[in-house]
Every structure is written in structure tokens, then in C-alpha cells.
Design a protein around this ligand. Structure first.
Ligand code: ZN
Length: 351
């Protein structure tokens, strides 16, 4: 267990504050990084840990661990029960308290398929749409199916590369990668889609155990039921995939509504955003950058559709390069799956 500090500037200010007022005994525990066998746990506030996979096991998404006086609440459970168990083991490095509550940020496989690892008695809170998705036909959700094809493709590619490799070092490297992805593909066999046991539509607040945890639904965005998990005292929000460091996956998204939804997020008093993938960030203006992208993408695709272009043509022609500086959009074009979905929504094929 290796402990190093993060947010050095903040720590520095805190230390000065400590020296000035000469009390607050327990501050040294906050803002640390704890490396477990499978996770990097960043203590972003006292008893609140942002969990990201170290790569030893495939977790794919981030999770949040929130300690209360007598129990633990987690947000998201990773991609497989095996990855969920690794998260459970990592939680045990920082606390022995029982894990009583799991919040689903949204229904996607990589955030919810680890849920069985936490046992049958855990309370699972999610949006109504998450419940609908996980009780309908989650096995055949196109995003889940395309992930299965992608992982199979990775295994097949590595197998072919290994067959063709002659260099010993290269073979060893490929064998390691192949074993890693094969392990993940096998871990998928164990998936049991597990829906929320309790749902909300717009807002819910948990007050138990000396911690206020707000669950907000601001509208459709990355899915039809994204929740922002907000800790008002700590000024921290876990955003799942409705807000990443940059542009999110849009294959189940509502691009035309997304910017409005993010306005709700911006109205929260937040100092740290913890996304479902990638590192946390303090630059709240990133929300405005992606809002502008979704707004411009909507306008551009509607313009091209009105000119009679097919979704494929529109995706190829869309010019969003005004977002090069903020979001790295240097090339002409937009994600074809996202554009197809926008067409389907406008044509009434998707509600
Ligand atoms: Zn997602």
C-alpha cells in the first residue's frame, strides 16, 4: 500500500491553514492516493475515494466509494463480477464497514455488470430508465453487444499477432496481453444483469450516517437516465458518463438535449468533477466546452439532414473543427453511430 499525496497546491494551502490555526487533528488522512492490487484510490475528501483501475484486472470504468458513520455507499460496480470483487477487495483496504448501498450512474454494462459481487442484500439505487433497461433485454443492448464483439476482436487480433511473432520479447509481451484479454472475456461468462432495487425519477437525497448524498437527474444525455451523484458539503460530483473530460460515447445518447442537461450540472456548486472514465478534474469550464460541442453537432447535423444527406454522408461532412482547441476535434466528421441515432430520433424511430 503506497501512499502519496495529490493536489499538492491544495495540500500546501491546507498545511498553511493547519499551522495557522494549529488544530484539526485528522487532516493528514485526506487527499491521499492508496494503491491496492487492482485500484488507485484517490481520497478526494475525508472518507470519499475515487477508484480507478490500475490495469491489473480490466475494470473499464471508475467508481466512487463514500464512507458513512456505519456503512459504505458505492457508485458504479465496473464491468464484470470479477472486477466488482476486485473493487470490494480494494474497499477492504480502507474500511471494514459494511457496503450497504450501490448507486448506478446509468445502465451501461461497464458501470453495472459488477453489481453481483456485492451480494443479494445490497440496496441498489438507480434511475427509472436504468431499471427499465436492466429488466428489459440488457443482453441484447447494442452497446453491450458491440463491446462483446470488440473484446473478441482484440483476442483474435492478439492471437494472430502472436502466431506471426518470432521475436522472444515480442512474443512474451503479446502472450501477456492475450492472457489479460482472455481473462476478461471469460469473466463476462459470469455476468448476471442486476437492476436497481429502488428507483428515482428526478432527485433523491440520502442523509444517513453523517453524509449528505444527492442524486440528481437533470434530463437525458449519455443515456435516458443519467444520474449525477453530488456531495454538497464536499463540493464533489460523480458524473458517470454524462460528463467526461471530453466528448462522451453518444451511441445511446440524446445529443440534441445534452447541453440543456449539462446546464443542471453546472448549477451545482462543484469544485471537483469525477467522471465515469478518465481522471477527475477541477476545471468546471470543461462542461461549457462539451455543451458547445453537442449544441454545434446538433445544428450541423440538422443542417446536413435538411440538405438531404444520408446519415453516413452527414457524419463524414460534419465540420466541428471549431472545437479543435478545447476538445481536440481536428478532423472533419462526426461519430457515425451518433449521427445515425440523431437521424433515428428526428425520424421518430427512437423515442
Ligand atoms: Zn456509459
Amino acid at each position: 500500500m503506497n501512499v502519496i499525496t495529490v493536489f499538492p497546491k491544495f495540500i500546501y494551502l491546507r498545511k498553511i491553514l493547519l499551522i495557522l490555526i494549529g488544530l484539526i487533528p485528522n487532516l493528514s488522512t485526506a487527499q491521499e492516493i492508496i494503491n491496492t492490487d487492482s485500484h488507485r484510490l484517490e481520497e478526494v475528501a475525508e472518507g470519499v475515494y475515487f477508484a480507478t483501475g490500475t490495469g491489473d484486472i480490466y475494470t473499464m470504468s471508475n467508481a466512487l466509494i463514500i464512507e458513512r458513520n456505519d456503512d459504505v455507499v458505492i457508485v458504479d460496480s465496473h464491468i464484470t463480477p470479477e472486477a466488482g470483487r476486485a473493487l470490494l477487495d480494494s474497499i477492504r483496504v480502507v474500511t471494514e464497514k459494511p457496503i450497504t448501498t450501490l448507486i448506478n450512474s446509468h445502465f451501461h454494462y461497464d458501470h453495472s455488470n459488477g453489481t453481483p459481487a456485492f451480494g443479494p442484500d445490497i440496496e441498489i439505487i438507480g434511475h427509472e430508465v436504468t431499471y427499465e433497461k436492466l429488466t428489459a433485454d440488457p443482453e441484447n443492448e447494442h452497446t453491450f453487444q458491440s463491446s462483446l464483439r470488440r473484446f473478441d476482436g482484440t483476442v483474435n487480433r492478439l492471437q494472430t499477432e502472436l502466431n506471426n511473432a518470432t521475436d522472444t520479447e515480442e512474443r512474451r509481451e503479446l502472450q501477456g496481453q492475450l492472457a489479460y484479454w482472455q481473462r476478461h472475456v471469460e469473466a463476462q461468462e459470469e455476468i448476471v444483469f442486476t437492476p436497481p432495487t429502488q428507483t428515482l425519477r428526478d432527485k433523491m437525497t440520502l442523509y444517513r450516517g453523517g453524509r449528505e448524498i444527492q442524486l440528481h437527474y437533470f434530463g437525458r444525455a449519455h443515456t435516458g437516465g443519467d444520474l449525477a451523484i453530488y456531495l454538497p458539503d464536499e463540493k464533489i460530483v460523480f458524473t458517470g458518463d454524462m460528463m467526461l473530460g471530453g466528448i462522451s460515447y453518444m451511441g445511446d445518447g440524446y445529443v440534441a438535449e445534452w447541453a440543456d442537461t449539462l446546464q443542471g450540472l453546472k448549477n451545482l456548486d462543484v469544485e471537483l468533477v469525477l467522471p465515469g472514465h478518465g481522471p477527475g478534474f477541477t476545471e468546471v469550464e470543461r462542461i461549457s466546452n462539451v455543451q458547445a460541442y453537442y449544441t454545434d453537432l446538433t445544428e450541423e447535423i440538422r443542417r446536413l439532414k435538411n440538405l438531404g444527406y444520408s446519415s453516413e454522408e452527414a457524419a463524414a461532412r460534419a465540420d466541428l473543427r471549431q472545437h479543435a482547441e478545447t476538445l481536440g476535434v481536428n478532423q472533419l466528421g462526426a461519430n457515425v453511430e451518433a449521427v445515425q441515432r440523431m437521424y433515428d430520433i428526428w425520424d421518430g424511430k427512437i423515442k
